[in-house]
Ligand binder design. Structure first.
Ligand code: DQA
Length: 150
């Protein structure tokens, strides 16, 4: 049997508050429920996920760097760092791994400052506005990309 695809799932600042944080925008699903859903979905996709959340930019950069040579792809919701962090973009680019950027909300239907992403330019794909289901879609798309015929 082929080896499982090793996917790193990263959640940025304030996503630890999912379920209680502005539920009209982000929904009622908690981060633990999202991570459990991803782990279950991964089993049916020949994949395994490692999920990690931090409110700290440098900690996220460290985790991205650690993925080099150890992971096959990254799903990331950088939260507010999406709109501010050159460091996270540079770290993702340095890994040379396929990256899918996820947002629970449709950032393009919100404030202007959310329309710019430092990550999108180096991402394989961006999913924005599908709520918690966007993470599963990201995982599916990433695995399909890893299994594409070369
Ligand atoms: C978010 C959108 C960001 O603009 C915001 O700062 C977040 C969450 C989303 O998932 O919709 O923290 O990334």
């Amino acid at each position: 049997m082929a080896e499982a695809h090793r996917i790193l799932v990263l959640h940025g600042p304030n996503l630890n508050l999912l379920g209680q944080r502005e539920p009209e925008i982000y929904g009622r699903t908690t981060l633990a429920e999202i991570d459990a859903g991803l782990a279950a979905a991964a089993k049916g996709m020949q994949a395994e996920v490692e999920c990690f959340q931090s409110n700290h930019e440098g900690v996220l950069v460290d985790r991205i760097q650690e993925a080099m040579g150890r992971r096959d792809g990254i799903v990331i919701n950088p939260g507010a760092f999406t709109h501010t962090s050159v460091a996270i973009r540079d770290a993702l680019a340095a890994t040379d791994l396929p990256v899918v950027e996820v947002h629970l909300s449709n950032v393009f239907a919100r404030e202007d400052f959310r329309h710019r992403s430092y990550v999108s330019g180096i991402a394989l794909a961006v999913i924005s506005g599908l709520g918690a289901g966007g993470y599963t879609a990201a995982l599916q798309g990433l695995v399909a990309h890893l299994e594409r015929p070369v």
